[in-house]
Ligand binder design. Sequence first.
Ligand code: GAL
Length: 677
Amino acid sequence: MTLTPRYPVFLHGGDYNPDQWLDRPDILEKDIELMHEAHVNCVSVGIFSWARLEPEEGVYDFAWLDEVIDRLWKGGIHVCLATPSGARPAWMAQKYPEVLRVDENLHRPRFGERHNHCLTSPVYREKVRQMNTRLAQHYHDHPAVILWHLSNEYSGDCRCPLCQDAWRAWLKEKYGDLESLNSRWWTSFWSQRYTDWSQVEAPGPMGEKSNTSMWVDWRRFCTHQCRTFIRNEKEAVQAVDPTLKTTANLMYRFWDYDYFSLAEEIDVVSWDAYPGWHSGDDTHTGADFAMQHDLMRSLKKQPFLLMESTPSKVNWKPVNKLKRPGMHLLSSLQAVAHGSQSVMYFQWRKGRGAAEMFHGAVVDHDGRSDVRVFQDVRQVGLALEKLAPVYDSPREDAQVCIIFDWNNWWAIDYAQTGHNKKMKYNETVLMHYRQMWERGIAVDFQDMRGVTDLSGYKLVICPMLFMFREGFEQKLRTFVEQGGTLVMTYDSGVVDGDDLAFLGGRPGGLMDVLGMRGAELDALFPDDRQAMVMNNGRRFPVTELCEIPEHLGAEVLATYGHDFYAGMPCLTRNRFGKGTAYYLAAKVNADGLDAMYQEVLNHLSLDRALDAALPRGVTASRRGDTVFLQNYNPQPVRMRLTKDYTDLLTGSVQPRKLILPGFGVMVLTEMTKDQEE
Ligand code: GAL
């Protein structure tokens, strides 16, 4: 499938902010020339252009944008056209202070910065609607325009009076009456009972800080406000032309909103990836971003766009390192390997001043193309053209699904339990994901909404599934009963979707499926000693969290090595119906997880992207018949292939005894009989 039917090719380009250069027509002309040289075919325009598009209230000026888009089009460059709501103009903040967000300390900062407007403000929504309508009327059928880029990186919450009213209205809609809110929020504790809706306020440091059911609802409400804000943006542009699709650029490990829910509002998922290469273990970073790409693909179960990345470095990390030779191509094609239909950058040309003047860009202040970064970008442009045959190939069907759920993430982070505020949900999910990534096994992510369907998977992994939303335990039970394999870890099935504890043992509703019950949760200090001891005697260090299970008949595969629970089960397996359920009771290190998954995978035959032993730091992912072989080590590695392949990037036949360069990537297609002859 294609995300951009008006221009169905791999997109290569990025954020283009010509509004900075309107007094330099020579530079704007040169841009087109350089874009050709870099094999750029698409740019995102107008992301923060409100002040130029509506310099005074009701006075619109699109003439400069007409020129920009026409010039691009004449040069054969396509456009993702942005709505400018990511930052509002000064006149609007001055005249309508309600468009400015109120922070958690109930202060309303004054005009400045970006991404800090109130998502509820009727004035702001109306201004956005008017602006979007005009943009759509003006540009919807411009041949250059292929996609709406709605706003930029939606984020944040607001506690202004309008939001407080909206919060109460949302709660009324959800609970109907106060009694049911009181009961689901467990307000009989600490005398928190509400007797009138007007008493309910947003949680935060100035008020209620500790009621976790309330906090989880607050995050759901903030997601809802963002959804309706997006809906308002989208309806305005699609009322003019329903055929032009919309995207919103999402972010890395973004906690504020439930992205599965948000993705329901947009046509295309895109995201901004800024890995911290060379600031530690690049293999870890590689796995981390592979996981995020797969998560983005999973949000709508369709390809996605890499909307932003840096051609060289960012300017906002404590240490901003340049990408080492090879890394730009590798990290760009990593996105493609996981289902992206684009490689886009922030930004095309470095600005002369203001906040991001030193952020990496395709064109540096010197405007030269004969430099490393520009040539790296050009190399990616050329590679994407060579990969045209892969464009329509979807990422291979995954047989493994990891449950990742924002509601669960919030509930874990809000809970005061084992390691307060350091429960490391994302890191834990990544540890499990990495086990598959290292083996070249494709993974999907799903959350716990009603639409989630597990039936096509062989293996479902639930790392730290603290919350069981919407009767999800029933889905897991059916999955195992019908022959699936489930891996569940410590601290799972503790609370229901309202963040209220299951009465009668955990994991709630699954104790018979797992053949064990989580009885107590121990937390370890860094110096505490604990281990998982496999039946064959292998020992693996355990840190942070240990569930002490009550044994209800599961087969014990490993036990604890120390402390008063030494000898008690740490890893179990239980047959249930036609399937199998594993329970990992403690946070074991990567080698321990590897041993566990060897055991799990021994009983399952799962497809791997490449039938070859993958050295450490090397992975393979498949789109259709094409295998993206990636080396995240700085040094070359030797591998042995079992078939004959051609590398699409170089056109050359690969020897079976292969040397994959450091930070190298190959895109392998199997040789046909004709080619071999
Ligand atoms: C993104 C943002 C861009 C730019 C970039 C810098 O989060 O959308 O506008 O600021 O970061 O890395």
